[in-house]
Design a protein around this ligand. Structure first.
Ligand SMILES: [Zn+2]
Length: 844
């Protein structure tokens, strides 16, 4: 983009009349937009992308204009500055890009249907109608929409419909809001609707390809989330309704359009009678996330995209706060530790990673900002850290003031810190800035040096990293009072270790509860003390210990060979998070073995040893009234036993398959993926393959479809892999929104890797044309970097991606991913022999 001035500086809109006539059959949009606002200069710019503009009038008079495609602008010359009403007439194509106004495709009983929906964040409102498409340019909107309507169709928008005249649907005027939050959708929809205690109408909408009861879970969570937030924020929900709509084609996970939240079907609809608990938890947290945004993001919006983190980090924290309040038995904060914390610590350890707060101008770079491990996960950890510092009372009081001061307007990160700081009487901004403005995080080394307990902070890297002397203000959360609350210096001495140990009566620990964003490297004395008392630790603290050891081993600061013998002591934990962390470490050992080698056989024997007792305890079938932890642990141990090729486990899975041969979708969703994958791997045939692919095409159950994807991509059969790859570009089988999971599955399959890698290199142009406009695009590169581990693949990766390094939006991803693969290749070279020896020694 050539022109980096914010258009809001030239024209400040106050109200839009947006008229759209959408013809699905002809795939065209005809529009007329009237914008009332204030011209700051006579030469103004209004955003547009791919619009064929027929005429521009200012206050009823035709005015000269030019289309500046590079700047995505209509440049208009006005006769005067000040209050102006612009009228712009245009046409645009209706495209399948999952951005702007776009169709979603689905089938009901073999009949092809479509729903038209919208996705405007970050910069796609300009593809639907001309506008000042910047978050600060808030205005009110009157939507009027006509379409080639058939009986039985429903249309939804941010606000309620108030009348229909001559086939045009008119909606109530919106409150003052940003363009990226405008939304509408129409088609044949079913719905369930309820009302909150305060009178807000809450609805869930989906296509008629679903059973009606698939809407129930979401309706309950959505209603209770809004009630929770009205109480927590002490601020009423600002609109008359809150619609949740599942779209069959959707690029991101969900989108917080004000009053009309859109979701992937997988993140809204579920079969209440057969859905795994972790899937229910994911759906609940996604809904709670989007509804948190209705205030934080929608009512008060970031001033510019550099503060995108403010929206996403906050919503990412609140999804756990809300879900924990709605379903306390889930202990959802434990999942925060294994998902968000783990993702943030991994990604943030690579040199070159973005900071949470980043300067940004170019639209392509704005989309690249959605680095979920940083903007969502790390940012959420920052806010969890802030919450722990200020406490919940100050958090709520501060938020109430923040909403009151900035509602229907915009704010920056500094405004939030000011509000929270005032409520807590604490300079929150000073502490948080060291975390938000700097990339990376510290490892705190705790060691006994000359008898003194000493702490040192240094930036932590996995792979090559340039030490530039960064320091952080670290909330230490130690269990020894001698440690400072906030550790700002490079190094600190806490006193004589022997005396401290005796006085405290327990092993020295830092980051108790794992709420601060750093890892700890204990010296041998301190670590041995913790391990000797490991059963005294909470599940989260055990998980933290494993997670920190894994990261230290990934960085080469300690050897994986020293971690291997520690794993069996966690193997019989009844905690889901401990098992998840354990198998994450164990899974990381797989990179050290070559397929079909003696070392791989030893590693499999190790997995068998780790999982045997738990498999015997839990089995394949859930017991009545078993704990949530047991339900959630079962998949980890069964997966381990299957990797181990445990004969009894393979046979049990095969029997489950055979018994349920005629109704595979009805297999318990908690274990279905393992039953199907086991069958394809060990008992597969072309017939089974075809049957499952057919079931995939016909099913509307997202969780069953994901299981089939995992099973089919694990086939060892080269001919079937070739058939699968042919389907990658066939949207009637694999929707573009789901393609990454299929690609990843085949690439991670040793027998499919070459074919998948060849496909993406040959078809990069097609991929870019199909999903290139969308914020998930760069994650295809991330997926590859997550799998490759040999020098040959590293060389091929570089040969292919280095020439693309200057593509807007791809630069950071390619640069980081080369480091990610290179560090893995180096680690394997250095550690392979020692790790495999350690595994051989630990198996009985
Ligand atoms: Zn969000």
């Amino acid at each position: 983009m050539a022109e980096l001035t914010h258009f809001y500086q030239t024209f400040q809109p106050t109200h839009y009349d947006v008229y759209l006539d959408i013809d699905r059959a002809a795939k065209t949009i005809t529009g007329k937009t009237t914008i009332t606002g204030s011209a700051q200069t006579s030469a103004i710019a209004i955003h547009q992308k791919d619009l064929a503009v027929a005429a521009v009038q200012a206050d009823g008079q035709a005015v000269p204009f030019t289309i500046d495609a590079a700047a995505e602008a209509i440049r208009i010359e006005l006769a005067k500055v000040g209050q102006t009403t612009l009228t712009i007439e245009y046409t645009a194509p209706l495209t399948d890009s999952m951005m702007g106004i776009y169709p979603s495709y689905y089938e009901v009983a073999g009949v092809k249907k479509q729903i038209i929906g919208t996705q405007f964040e970050t910069t796609a409102a300009r593809q639907a109608f001309p506008c000042v498409d910047e978050p600060e340019a808030k205005a009110t909107f009157d939507l009027a929409i006509k379409f080639d309507e058939r009986p039985g169709e429903t249309i939804l928008a941010n606000m309620p419909e108030n009348r229909v005249a001559d086939g045009v649907h008119y909606f109530d005027t919106t409150v003052r809001m940003s363009t990226y939050l405008v939304a509408f959708a129409f088609g044949e929809l079913q719905s369930k609707i309820t009302t909150t205690k305060s009178g807000v109408k809450v609805g869930v909408f989906g296509t008629k390809a679903h059973q009606a009861n698939e809407l129930d879970f979401a309706l309950d969570i959505a209603k209770r989330s809004i009630e929770f937030y009205e109480d927590f924020y002490q601020t009423p929900y600002p609109l008359p309704h809150s619609w949740q709509l599942a779209l069959p084609d959707f690029s991101a996970g969900a989108m917080e359009n004000w009053g009309l939240v859109t979701y992937r079907e997988a993140y809204l609809l579920l079969d209440p009678d057969n859905t795994a608990l972790d899937t229910k938890q994911r759906v609940a947290t996604v809904i709670a996330h989007e509804l948190a945004h209705q205030w934080f993001g929608d009512l008060v919006t970031m001033k510019w995209w550099d503060d995108l983190w403010l929206n996403e980090s906050f919503a990412n924290m609140m999804e756990y706060v809300a879900t924990d309040a709605l379903e306390p038995d889930w202990h959802i904060w434990e999942s925060f530790q294994t998902s968000e914390a783990a993702a943030a610590l991994q990604r943030d350890a690579t040199d070159g990673v973005q900071s949470v707060h980043v300067q940004v101008e170019d639209p392509a770079e704005i989309d690249a900002l959605f680095d979920s491990a940083i903007v969502y996960a790390k940012g959420a950890r920052m806010l969890v850290m802030a919450r722990a510092l200020v406490g919940d009372d100050a958090l709520r009081a501060g938020l109430k003031n923040y909403f009151a001061a900035h509602q229907f307007g915009n704010a920056t990160g500094a405004d939030l810190w000011a509000a929270l700081g005032a409520a807590a009487q604490l300079d929150v901004g000073a502490i948080m800035n060291s975390w938000l403005e700097q990339p990376g995080y510290p490892v705190v080394t705790a060691a006994v040096v000359d008898g003194q307990l000493t702490l040192t902070q240094q930036q932590f890297f996995v792979g090559e990293g340039q030490e530039v002397g960064r320091q952080w203000q670290i909330p230490l959360n130690s269990n020894y009072a001698a440690a400072p609350a906030i550790f700002k210096d490079k190094t600190v001495t806490l006193g004589n270790y022997t005396e401290l140990r005796a006085a405290n009566g327990k092993p020295f620990r830092l980051n108790v509860g794992n709420e601060s964003h750093f890892i700890v490297k204990y010296d041998q004395t301190l670590l041995a003390d913790i391990l000797a008392n490991v059963t005294d630790l909470t599940a989260i603290d055990q998980l933290q210990l494993l997670q920190d050891l894994r990261l230290l081993a990934e960085s080469g600061q300690i050897s994986y060979a020293t971690v291997v013998p520690l794993l069996p002591r966690f193997a019989n934990s009844h905690s889901k998070v401990v098992n998840e962390a354990l198998y994450q470490v164990a899974g990381n050992l797989k990179k050290f073995v070559v397929p079909d080698s003696a070392e791989e056989k030893s590693l499999k024997a190790f997995f068998d040893q780790l999982s045997a007792e738990q498999v015997a305890r839990l089995g394949w079938v859930a017991q009545a009234n078993e704990s949530n932890d047991d339900q959630l642990t079962r998949p980890y141990v069964l997966n381990a036993a299957l990797y181990a090729e445990n004969k009894a486990t393979i046979t049990a899975a095969h029997e489950l398959f055979t018994t349920n041969r005629d109704h595979l979708a009805a297999l318990s969703a908690a274990v279905r993926v393992f039953v199907l994958t086991n069958e394809v791997k060990h008992f597969g045939s072309a017939e089974l393959f075809t049957e499952l692919l057919q079931a995939y095409r016909q099913s509307a159950d997202a969780s069953y479809k994901a299981d089939i994807c995992a099973a089919l991509t694990s086939t060892p059969d080269a001919a079937l892999i070739a058939q699968l790859i042919e389907k990658f570009e066939d949207a009637t089988t694999i929707k573009p929104q789901d393609l990454r999971a299929w690609f990843r599955g085949v690439l991670a399959n040793h027998d499919g890797q070459q074919a998948a890698w060849d496909w993406i290199r040959n078809e990069w142009g097609w991929l870019e044309a199909t999903v290139g406009g969308d914020m998930e695009f760069t994650t295809y590169i991330t997926v590859i970097a997550g799998i490759f581990r040999t020098p040959a693949r590293l060389a091929e990766f570089k040969a292919f991606f280095e020439p693309k390094i200057n593509t807007p939006g791809l630069t950071r991803e390619i640069t980081m991913d080369i480091k990610v693969i290179a560090s893995r290749v180096d680690l394997i070279a250095q550690e392979q022999a020692a790790v495999n020896t350690a595994v051989a020694e630990v198996i009985k």
